[in-house]
Design a protein around this ligand. Structure first.
Ligand SMILES: *Cc1c(COP(=O)(O)O)cnc(C)c1O
Length: 373
């Protein structure tokens, strides 16, 4: 026999998932209804409107992919790329690399802008790439690189790619509802995010949005979208249109949770939420630096909600991280790729972005005998 499901009461301060609000967990436990029930159709409409409000967009083609952030990434790429298309993709961490892998599987000719992990892409870098590839179908990059804690400025690059006649695609999984993000004002044509980072909902859904320019590119396709499940021409009739047609069975309980988390964001207000992440980051930063931690990313490009830090010298990062989890129930993230074993990634996202979380982490560190300041 298996035991009843039970987990430890963790405090989530890693790269996601973040702590979920009890209201969100309660919404998940709402009795199921059918996914084509008129009540559920209303809920889908409300979720779509709240996603538009939080993305700051009027895009009609805005909806939620029934799969995690990576599927949002794949949705944008498979729908906008046809075999032989030339695209520019920026890589300054794990997720840019993942975009390249997907784009190549779509048959794209990928021109990479590769930067040191922790750095951001500059307009100079984009200019050079456009010299090599003057007429790209699109340029894709990551707004908030969760593997490094770097925050990528977007507006100038958006103008450059539009002047070259291409689409601008952005990964906003970690930036959404944590730092300023303005889809229409910044001219973003395709964007995807996730639910488990600054939105503080359970993982497994990916809000996405496409501009009219992107919709035109979709309508002008000469080939079928490689993926049946992610083909927007099919999914859009499920999330919109006068008559809802069955496409797949929406994850009803997850949509309930997403709806509640979006309500919480709008109650707080986007601007207040951005400010809260910045303010709590400031306190965390001072306390970490007092303990001897140093930041990976230059202050100017630092993501407030994902703090990538080197431990003070002579600390065994894995040992301390395990102690935090086992003895204090606090999860922080380890490094990825080149930074595995070298840095921590401390997330203060959504419900995990409070002074209480900061104080718990800092006092736990002060309490751990093996931690050397
Ligand atoms: C977490 C993350 C993803 C992937 O999201 P999943 O929900 O894990 O599939 C993509 N991009 C960035 C920047 C992320 O932080």
């Amino acid at each position: 026999m298996y035991n009843e499901l039970k987990t430890s009461n963790r405090i989530l301060m890693g790269p996601g998932p973040s702590d979920a609000h009890p209201r969100v967990l309660k919404a998940m436990a709402t009795p199921l209804i059918g996914h084509l029930d008129p009540e559920f159709v209303t809920i889908m409409d409300e979720v779509k409107m709240m996603v538009q409000q939080t993305f700051l967009t009027k895009n009609h083609l805005t909806f939620v992919v029934s799969a995690p952030g990576s599927a949002g990434m794949e949705t944008c790429l498979v729908n906008l790329i046809e075999p032989g298309d030339e695209v520019i993709i920026c890589i300054n961490g794990v997720f840019g690399g993942r975009m390249v892998d997907i784009a190549e599987r779509c048959g794209a000719i990928v021109h990479k802008i590769e930067k040191k992990w922790g750095a951001v892409v500059t307009t100079e870098d984009v200019k050079k790439a456009l010299d090599h590839c003057p007429k790209p179908k699109m340029l894709a990059l990551v707004h908030a690189e969760t593997s490094t804690g770097a925050l990528q400025p977007l507006e100038d690059i958006s103008n450059m790619i539009h002047n070259a006649g291409g689409l601008f695609m952005v990964d906003a999984v970690t930036s959404y509802c944590g730092v300023p993000l303005k889809v229409d004002e910044w001219g973003i044509d395709a964007i995807y995010t996730g639910t488990q980072k600054c939105l503080s909902a359970p993982p497994g859904l990916s809000p996405v949005s496409f501009s009219d320019r992107a919709v035109k590119a979709l309508e002008n396709r000469k080939t079928k979208v490689q993926s049946w499940f992610l083909d927007l021409t099919l999914v859009k009739n499920y999330w919109g249109g006068a008559k809802r047609a069955y496409h797949h069975t929406a994850p009803v309980s997850s949509v309930f949770a997403l709806r509640e988390s979006l309500r919480i964001v709008l109650e707080e207000g986007l601007e207040n939420r951005w400010k809260r992440h910045q303010d709590v980051h400031q306190v965390l930063k001072e306390k970490l630096e007092n303990l001897g931690f140093t930041y990976l990313v230059d202050e100017q490009y630092r993501l407030p909600n994902l703090n990538s830090v080197f431990l003070p010298e002579e600390n065994d990062e894995a040992l301390i991280r395990n102690k935090l989890l086992k003895d204090y129930n606090i999860e922080v993230g380890g490094g990825l790729g080149a930074f595995a074993g070298k840095i921590w990634r401390i997330g203060i996202m959504g419900e995990s972005c409070t002074l209480n979380h900061v104080n718990l982490l800092v006092s736990a560190l002060e309490d751990i005998k093996e931690f050397k300041r």
